[in-house]
Ligand binder design. Sequence first.
Ligand code: EPZ
Length: 424
Amino acid sequence: MRQYRIRGGKRLSGELSIGGAKNSVLPILAAACLNESETIIHNCPRISDTLETIKILEGIGFRTEFLENTLKIYPAKDLSHEIPDECVKKMRSSILFMGALLAQTGKVNLALPGGCNLGERAINLHIRGLEAMGAKICEEEKKLFCKIGENGLNGAKIKLDFPSVGATENLLIAAVKAKGETVIENAAREPEISDLALFLKKLGAEIRGAGTGTIIINGTNKNFRKKIAHEIIPDRIVAGTYLVAAAMTTGDIKLTNVRPFELAPFTMYLSEMGCNLRAEENSVTLHAPKRLKAAGRIITKVHPGFLTDMQAQFVAALSIADKRSEITETIFEGRNSHVPELRKMGANIHLTADKQTFEIDGVERLRGANVAAHDLRCGAALVLAALSADGETIVQNSEFVERGYESIEKDLTSLGGDIKLEIV
Ligand code: EPZ
């Protein structure tokens, strides 16, 4: 079993460079299926989700070379439409290969996706949108069998019931090779969508409106065959996690290779909580107060609102704030596995009946304990809590954290934290 052993109480300080975004590289690796020439990805995060996705690419026929943070993807001579089950079950983002392989080969079979247990995580919006473009999709024994009709993929006007990030990405990837115009309304606006669209435009796709609620794609039936290079945008969630780590340890850090305006949905709350933040073009510095102030009410929303992927980290931070705060999770119905674990460390958190609102009465200090990660951001939140707690904490199941953080233990150690990764 893999675990972190953390001794709390160390003040974080220093400078750290932030790597590429998990939630940008994963859809872009799926979109790389459309390229019949070489794709080079720079600033590619060496996280386990990337390695799993590389296994999918190689499983369907691509050859790859991953050196440091540069990933080269060589075209598949004979692209398979069968995605290996074991990869799909581990990672929800494997669903993004549906749109890519339907567009590139006209069919795809894949197991129903797995991934972090954050609630139901339906895929109805993905399926309904692809069917609107002419895909025929059926489910048998927890497997999806998809193919395009005799008229191929056709442009469609699609209005998403919810601005799903994954559904927007899947439909965007498929639409670039659907005949005619596709309009995605109520599309997700996250920065990772814009990065995916930029990648597809480098291939030759015609896309307007990425980053807004309406994306217009003029599809083509020509094949994309162009050697392209793309640099992945910085990971705003990794950056936010480390800012919260400094905030919780009276720290003083500078993060470089970030896009400060993308951090605004949560840095505004860190300022309210007493942190002194300063942004320059590609960097942000945070000077923490002696004690964090409560944040009043935070509600997670789609971009540009307070993002759900920072919710668990803020619950940890507000657990040691000076008064009561409230956070309501509106995106996932099951993103609360961090609450019982934080309670083991002395956090005073009350869950409302619908388990969507956390009422947090800040305590002076948390205490070290033996806790376990149940999903990626739950694990990150427990690491943060452990850094600020008295004594030693063991955070079990570090593999969840390794899905989205290249090496959280190296990063935090470089800032003065006392954290080790152990295999026991
Ligand atoms: C992406 O997940 C991210 N993952 C998540 O990051 C992030 O939390 C989420 O977007 C929201 O921002 C990647 O990009 C790889 P959604 P995704 O589709 O695409 C419901 C992290 O910690 N829904 O926007 O799965 C769904 O059940 C991870 O880095 C449907 O009902 O998110 C959920 O309640 C966690 N039907 C909500 O929408 C659908 O067809 C948001 O899901 C699709 C989604």
